[in-house]
Design a protein around this ligand. Structure first.
Ligand SMILES: CC(=O)N[C@@H](CCC[C@H](N)C(=O)O)C(=O)O
Length: 376
């Protein structure tokens, strides 16, 4: 597919970001495109807001999976671009508009240039939350066409266009969302002794949380606890009755995740006593680490090195991806695709370079052909 067409698709999708399991317009757009290019070798199933597309191979011995996530984030876009989000407070700030466009480009390639094996394209909802990969994998629709191997990409703002990076083994962290509700007693700003001020309790909790990683974790065993959102109170001259902290926990192994949660629970018990309040902890959705199969990464590295693009060994990152659940059951890998943006993932000004769309389509198509030519 020409770059101009890829750009047009990406811009259309960029305009209509939707949150997890609400991606109805996105699904409609994808389905329209897929039906337009489908031949009699193409079968389509939907699952909630997601889509599965199977392209039959010429002499199939296996099913190769390729996954793209389709949801946006609750972030108000600040790029000022001509094709900025038309959905207030929502943005494709994690590059899923790129992920979908590249998957469509590779799908078109495979339809026009048939390969030996079947290819299953998985357009998966709700990666940013609450997590679509796990329930999608349990679905009848996914099980019917369950791939024998699977891969996916993620855009990387810090790499230049044409740079592709991955690594065998652990690529992304274990994650858990974190929601902490503080329930105290509100009142007049002038009479703090008659209240239980939850803005103060939550503020102090944020400071204490910083010590959980630095003092409870083995320094060689990294972890992150980030509070990304805090809310409390209604007006400047009233003491807040409640407060809510929203964040995320990241660890490089599942055991460390359990340890951090235990520590947070103990801290919360202490705060309940010292601030005379009630605290409710909720871990929302949890994702399993992304662990790459080394044989597939080796094969992929060779594919990139034979192309005009550059392969880099990636470092593991504290980002999370529910694609980890797919890799837990199905051998495969994930890689970073350089998109060269001065603003990073989840930034309201993220501006990936669209030339990377062509790079993505070429390398994904080439990898599909290469896996198909191999025994495993
Ligand atoms: C690649 C990426 O940015 N993924 C997200 C996944 C979010 C998981 C969940 N909502 C959480 O915050 O724990 C990330 O933030 O890493």
């Amino acid at each position: 597919m020409e770059l101009a067409e890829l750009k047009e698709i990406r811009r259309d999708l960029h305009r209509i970001p939707e949150l997890g399991f609400q991606e109805w317009k996105t699904q409609e757009y994808l389905l329209r495109f897929i039906h337009d290019i489908a031949t009699d070798r193409v079968l389509i199933q939907t699952w909630k807001t997601g889509i599965l597309v199977k392209v039959s191979g010429l002499n199939p011995k296996k099913k190769i999976g390729y996954r793209a996530d389709i949801d946006g984030l609750p972030i108000e876009e600040l790029t000022g671009s001509a094709f900025a989000s038309t959905h207030e407070g929502k943005m494709h700030a994690c590059g899923h508009d790129f992920h979908m466009t590249i998957a469509l480009g590779a799908l078109k390639y495979v339809i026009e240039h048939p390969i030996q094996d079947d290819v299953v394209f998985v357009f998966q909802p709700a990666e940013e939350g609450p997590g679509g990969a796990f329930p999608m994998m349990q679905s009848e629709e996914f099980q019917r066409w369950k791939p024998d191997c699977i891969f996916a990409l993620h855009v990387a703002p810090e790499y230049s266009v044409g740079t592709i990076a991955s690594k065998p083994g652990l690529l992304f962290a274990n994650t858990s969302e974190l929601y902490i509700d503080f329930i105290g007693k509100g009142g007049h700003a002038a009479f703090p002794h008659l209240t239980k001020d939850m803005a103060v309790a939550a503020g102090s909790f944020i400071s204490q949380v910083q010590h959980v990683v630095s003092r409870s974790m083995d320094p060689q065993d990294s972890a992150v606890v980030t509070i990304g959102k805090m809310s409390s109170g209604h007006v400047q001259n009233a003491i807040a009755e409640t407060a809510r902290l929203e964040g995320t926990i990241r660890t490089l192994n599942p055991e460390a995740m359990t340890r951090i949660k235990q520590k947070l629970e103990k801290m919360a018990q202490g705060f309940e006593i010292s601030h005379d309040c009630e605290i409710k902890l909720d871990y929302g959705s949890n994702y399993y680490q992304v662990y790459n199969d080394s044989d597939y990464v080796q094969l992929f590295k060779a594919v990139v090195e034979q192309s005009e693009f550059t392969y880099l060994g990636a470092k593991k990152a504290m980002t999370g991806e529910d694609f980890g659940f797919m890799l837990k059951e199905i051998p495969g890998f994930m890689f970073w695709l350089g998109v060269d943006s001065p603003y990073g993932l989840h930034n309201a000004k993220l501006s990936p370079k669209e030339e990377a769309l062509g790079v993505g389509v070429k390398i994904v198509s080439q990898m599909l052909k290469t896996i198909s030519s191999k025994e495993y």
